[in-house]
Design a protein around this ligand. Structure first.
Ligand SMILES: [Zn+2]
Length: 74
């Protein structure tokens, strides 16, 4: 999922999510644009966290199910 934003002043594509101003003309980007950036970043974080959690659960299924905690017989 890629979010492509453009400077409202010069139309230059904003590549960096860390900058709050246009790298081309220096126009300060509106809060609504930054909100989209922040929101998409949070969503990415949530997805990453969920992915990590699932990986962890696959390694330690006993914890994932809240089970007895008995060790694997392997
Ligand atoms: Zn610009």
């Amino acid at each position: 999922m890629e979010l492509q934003l453009k400077c409202p002043k010069c139309g230059s594509v904003i590549y960096s999510r860390r900058h709050s101003i246009c790298g081309r003309c220096g126009e300060k980007l509106p809060e609504s644009l930054m909100f989209d950036l922040i929101t998409s970043k949070k969503v990415e974080d949530l997805i990453a966290q969920d992915k990590k959690r699932k990986e962890w659960e696959s390694k330690f299924p006993g914890h994932a199910t809240g089970g007895t905690g008995l060790a694997s017989t392997e």
